[in-house]
Design a protein around this ligand. Structure first.
Ligand SMILES: CSC[C@H]1O[C@H](OP(=O)(O)O)[C@H](O)[C@@H]1O
Ligand SMILES: Nc1ncnc2[nH]cnc12
Length: 341
């Protein structure tokens, strides 16, 4: 078991130095009457909501946390939701984070991915299910279909902070399989159990992660098709890379909302994306409910705790003790308490 995380109230003044952080802060970010702003962790499972998924309705809200990290504040307060275990009935805490902010105010290149991943890990999270609205690059992936991708091609432009390892601490983690295969198996099984009730699921897929915020040109869209791309979004990276560095098992669930601009049908636009997301919200909610039900089972405890990734990052560091920057080490100590003692 992981050590429970304790939360403290944010000091009345902001910290003086950028390295003056308390491990976890929870404060009245947006006070909601009666909703606690602290939670005695740990929380092992998180859901990241993307476009059109700014909250997860139908769950009991246990707390709304404002977590501060060495990489800044996350996209949104982190909601702790209670999910009743289907076997014991005991409530299991789930962390929910809205990638683009509570009102979708953050563009893909503005999402504070490092703060998001660091904040979730500081709560004890070792498993993330991330939602994404995607364009389809293949005829057979129709709008409103779900895809559980297994590969990604990075078409971001290097303008997003993409690693926890910099400034005097070099680390190289493996990323051959960018998503977590163990988690993917569970997600696929749950998706298939809903098929026939309006859900169509594609078991594998290559996500092209582009920079945006503008959509692709037709030439680019056709190029990605020629590479074998299944779907396209602007959010898979660096989210998945940072999750791997943070030793968190990460799987994205994509929902197709359009045929980008390569198809005979109308070119993608925001109204189209939002329309499909809204129309299929109930299926997305049922899908996540089924995945959470499954993850809460005792048989998946090691998977949920990402035991297979435990300590991996510790051994990915190539910088000798004598050559490490104090500041960089301090930040990483926050993320991985005890790793560098
Ligand atoms: C509003 S369309 C483009 C937008 O939709 C996707 O968001 P997310 O992955 O967070 O669901 C895509 O990645 C873009 O950010
Ligand atoms: N066509 C598209 N391109 C990039 N991101 C998207 N998200 C939804 N549709 C998209």
């Amino acid at each position: 078991m992981l050590t429970p995380v304790r939360f403290f109230t944010r000091p009345s003044k902001p910290p003086l130095s950028p390295f003056h952080f308390s491990r976890s802060l929870s404060v009245p970010y947006r006070r909601m009457a009666g909703v606690p702003t602290t939670y005695d962790g740990p929380v092992h499972i998180a859901v990241i909501g993307g476009t059109g998924v700014q909250s997860l309705p139908g769950f009991t809200l246990a707390a709304n946390l404002d977590v501060s990290t060495p990489w800044g504040s996350p996209s949104s307060p982190i909601s702790i939701l209670q999910h009743p275990s289907p076997t014991t009935g005991k409530p299991i805490p789930i962390a929910f984070l809205s990638r683009h902010g509570v009102h979708h105010e953050l563009a893909p290149h503005e999402v504070p991915n490092r703060a998001n991943l660091a904040a979730l890990r500081s709560l004890g999270v070792r498993t993330i299910i991330a939602f994404s609205a995607v364009g389809s690059l293949q005829e057979e992936i129709r709008p409103r279909d779900f895809v559980v991708p297994d590969q990604v091609i990075d078409r971001t432009k290097g303008i997003r902070p993409f690693t926890f390892f910099e400034g005097g601490m070099v680390g190289h983690v493996g990323f051959g399989d960018p998503f977590d295969e163990g988690l993917a198996k569970i997600v696929r099984k749950c998706g298939h159990s809903l098929e026939g009730e309006g859900v169509r699921l594609h078991d594998k897929g290559l996500v092209i992660c582009m920079e945006g915020p503008q959509f692709s040109t037709r030439a680019e869209s056709n190029l990605y098709r020629s590479w074998g791309g299944s779907v396209i979004n602007m959010s898979a990276l660096p989210e998945a890379k940072l999750a791997r560095e943070a030793e968190i098992a990460y799987q994205m669930i994509c929902m197709a909302t359009d045929y980008d601009c390569w198809h005979d049908s109308e070119d993608v636009n925001v109204e189209m994306v939002m329309g499909h997301m809204k129309a299929n919200a109930e299926n997305a909610r049922r899908f996540v409910g089924a995945v959470l039900n499954e993850l809460c089972k005792e048989e998946h405890e090691d998977q949920v705790l990402a035991k297979h990734l435990d300590q991996m990052t510790k051994f990915s560091i190539s910088t000798h003790k004598d050559g490490r920057s104090k500041e960089a080490e301090e930040k990483l100590q926050w993320l991985f308490p005890g790793y560098f003692d």
